[in-house]
Design a protein. Sequence first.
Length: 105
Amino acid sequence: MRTTTERRHNLELPPRRYKLRGPEGERGHRRHSPSHGRIFLPGQPVPETGIYEVIHDLAHRGSHEAVMHREDLFPLCDQCDTRVRFKLVRTAPYIFDDEDFVDEK
């Protein structure tokens, strides 16, 4: 029988997760953030730009995904009104917030 130490050293390690970085070390989208797992209500500000699961009242429609922009407000649903909820799936930077795509006037 193996000792606890021998068993611990024979375990397979999970693959490393690398942070995405853009030019000059700037971060790309993150899969896990402080907002991950939280449920947001209509009227609250969107904390991070990204893809959110939109969870409607069960009698109205099934859940779906939508892109939400940081600092916008989560909207009401035309059908289920304030009973709609939002949950962050994945952060993703908005293309027009990127310095390479900013419209210079």
